[in-house]
Write a protein that binds this ligand. Structure first.
Ligand code: CA
Length: 300
């Protein structure tokens, strides 16, 4: 059973790519390198792999001054890693960064379905609401943090970024707290029998680590409980094939994707099926797969 669900924004490449669409000269907001930005999501609509996703209706503002209530025309997915919280903390007692991973039970795949046209009208000033809470799909099993021990890596950040504040920093955290998980998104349209890979990126490049997300989330005394789920935020990388959502892949619909059978996509159409996969691989160790996280769009 899902407890509370929180969605982060931990990939600096994703934040930069998306920021550039709206603020070309100043893509990253000043808080980005100091705190793992997040919002509270909706647990009731977290779905398991294979559940169909109904195209949501919502308020959409086009050229006309008055918005319309209509099915979204900009339905997107976001490739994310989900993190299951075990343990938890008492209300009022922050989890120190050094102990944060003791509260991390394990990982899954997570697709944060997003309606971009609804989102752009509703999100200011309080952030995403109905553009994201109609569905979130997760993979059906948990890969424990212990199982990923061979795939840990040091924290690597761009050289021009500041050190985290002391409550979000520990030497141990920085030595071995990134996880080298490769994530992949693929699309099967109603007409394509084969799935087409849209992107492949590494969770290792995330700017914020799971431990830092836990420490930050509890830093004001907010209590986490067993069964809570975090979304990492879209996992993207610097190059084009590493972009973990259609918003990035098509520059908000300006550059349609050309699929192998000649179809074009700006955003998802009815009968499209998006599947996420992830794996860890290293010589001398057993390969670890994350199962599938899949959903097919049905009409509004
Ligand atoms: Ca997200």
């Amino acid at each position: 059973v899902i407890g509370d669900y929180t969605d982060f924004y931990a990939s600096i490449d994703h934040a930069t790519n998306v920021g550039r669409l709206f603020r070309p000269d100043n893509p990253l907001l000043p808080n980005y390198t100091y705190l793992p930005v997040a919002y509270h999501g909706r647990a009731s609509s977290v779905l398991v792999d294979g559940t169909r996703v109904r195209r949501p209706r919502g308020q959409i503002k086009r050229a006309d001054p008055t918005p319309v209530y209509a099915p979204t025309e900009m339905l997107d997915y976001e490739v994310e890693i989900g993190m299951w919280i075990g343990g938890g903390n008492e209300l009022g007692v922050p989890v120190p960064i050094e102990q944060a991973e003791e509260h991390l039970f394990g990982f899954c795949l997570l697709n944060d379905w997003s309606a971009r046209d609804i989102q752009s009208w509703e999100y200011q000033p309080l952030g995403p609401f109905l553009a994201k809470n109609f569905a979130t799909t997760i993979s059906p099993w948990v890969v424990t943090a212990d199982a990923l021990a061979p795939f840990r890596a040091p924290l690597r950040r761009p050289a021009d970024t500041p050190a985290s504040l002391p409550h979000l920093r520990s030497e141990e955290n920085e030595r071995s707290v990134a996880f080298a998980i490769t994530v992949e998104a693929s699309l099967r349209t109603g007409n394509l029998s084969e799935a087409h890979v849209l992107s492949r990126a590494s969770f290792e490049r995330m700017y914020w680590t799971p431990a830092q997300m836990i420490a930050h989330h509890t830093s004001n005394g907010c209590n986490l409980r067993p069964g809570d789920v975090f979304g990492s935020g879209t996992v993207s990388g610097p190059s084009e094939h590493e972009r973990g959502c259609l918003l990035e892949l098509t520059s908000r619909g300006a550059d349609p994707l050309l699929l192998p059978d000649g179809e074009r996509r700006t955003f998802l159409e009815d009968r499209d099926e998006v599947t996420l996969h992830a794996f860890c691989e290293r010589d001398g160790f057993r390969r670890i797969g994350f199962g599938t996280c899949s959903g097919r769009i049905v009409p509004a």
